[in-house]
Design a protein around this ligand. Sequence first.
Ligand code: PAF
Length: 279
Amino acid sequence: MSLSIVRTVADLRTQVYAWRKAGLRTALVPTMGALHEGHLTLVRRGRDLADRVIATVFVNPTQFGPNEDFSRYPRDEAGDAAKLASAGCDLLFAPTVDVMYPAGFATSIDVGPVTTRWEGAFRPGHFQGVATVVTKLLLQAGADVACFGEKDYQQLCTIRQLVRDLDIPVQIEGVPTVREGDGLALSSRNAYLSPEQRQVAGQLNRVMRGVIDRLHAGETVDAALSAGTQALLDAGFTAVDYLALVDALTLEPLTAPGAGRLICTARLGGVRLLDNMAV
Ligand code: PAF
């Protein structure tokens, strides 16, 4: 089947209702476009879990801060549509800002403590923007399952929490991060890296693995995280916004080694690179 494109909520719902009437399960893959293999892996996972896959491409203005990259965020709808078709996506929902936020739009969703630390502290308002647009997309599409990458781990926890709290009838599927050969997590923002920065970027994954090895070897959390932070700076990162061992659900810091998630954001000039790993 070829990829159809719809731009209004009414057209999206007409298609989803027709599929549901025919007894077909649907999967939703929300994206901001500039698609790479990580997104296509989400589409393929959607195909495993459902009969039809809907991708959304919407660069959501409300999740960008005033000094962030909203206006220069890469946009290539034709290229994205071709990639989605080749990955087996059935429908692309590509609304305009006016469709998503018509005049008079006033609601903002605050998911609470899971959003306040880490990315939430560095990007005030970001998770309210994400939570609001994801809630809208989930309700607009009414899909059975929605796929999100583990790469944006705090976003995934936020979405799981809001779906639970608001009783949205959808299964949230977290999909493991897709990486380059040197371990760099795929991200649309990797395109901003200079060739020199790209060399350094691959060290993030290596250093994080080193931190996990130290924890497994019995080092204290503080010592392992300090060594990791220094190793990132030595490798050429310009700043480490945070490197933390956290509870995998609440994202509260863990002070003793235990099952959790190692999360990190490190900067190369103006580019912030995020990664996380199970511990
Ligand atoms: O992860 C993203 O691409 C975005 O944050 C999302 C989930 C599509 C919401 O705009």
